[in-house]
Write a protein of this length. Structure first.
Length: 206
């Protein structure tokens, strides 16, 4: 099954990119996200989620490809939830400028699940997925809009510098991770993967 969505955010793309790299912002808006940890070329996440009668703690791993900061990327992820089941999937995410100086975030994702989650009706799964996505983006947009202008401007500048560095030398961040001031874009993509209705982790039935 494939799902897509588009969300307007009232902030410039560079500011949105910077905020999506801020773990404090993410943890404040991702429901059920308990942990985000750097792991080699990607990240692992621990999330507690509930769909209908099934509630479980999920562990998942996220990796990136086709990285084009601050424009787009492809995400792949898989997660395990014990007896509740498993999931794996991928998504394409893109940030675009809008006519008012804000940002449009678009995604297209697909996934498959197994275990108890696969036995839940597809309508309930899809409804939960959409609600989680809407809740996340509403909270994230509000958090970005509430940030002080000076702070977001500085964060955007740092993000632009980091993006330019990565475009020039794609392997630099993996060679010297301790020297990075911010976090790799994968950390906020982990958040997106979680909240896009579990599209990449555990909710969408193929």
């Amino acid at each position: 099954m494939e799902i897509s969505g588009m969300y307007p955010i009232k902030a410039p793309r560079s500011v949105v990119w910077a905020a999506l790299n801020d773990p404090d912002v993410l943890k404040s808006v991702i429901a059920g996200c308990k942990e985000l940890v750097r792991d080699g070329d990607g990240f692992t996440a621990t999330v507690v989620a509930k769909v209908g009668p099934v509630k479980a703690k999920f562990g998942g791993r996220i990796t990136l490809s086709d990285l084009d900061p601050p424009n787009g990327y492809t995400i792949t992820g898989e997660g395990q939830g014990g007896a509740a089941g498993f999931a794996k999937g991928s998504a394409k995410v893109a940030l675009e400028d809008d006519d008012s100086g804000g940002t449009i975030l678009k995604y297209t994702a697909a996934a498959q699940i197994g275990g108890k989650l696969a036995q839940i009706g597809s309508r309930l799964i899809e409804g939960t997925a959409k609600k989680m996505a809407d809740d996340f983006f509403s909270a994230f947009a509000a958090a970005v809009a509430a940030q002080p202008a000076v702070a977001t401007s500085e964060a955007a500048a740092e993000s632009d510098i980091a993006a330019q560095s990565e475009m020039v030398s794609p392997t630099l961040s993996t060679q010297t991770p301790p020297a990075q001031k911010g976090l790799h874009p994968a950390i906020w993509i982990t958040g997106l993967v979680v909240v896009l209705g579990g599209v990449l982790y555990f909710f969408m039935k193929e």
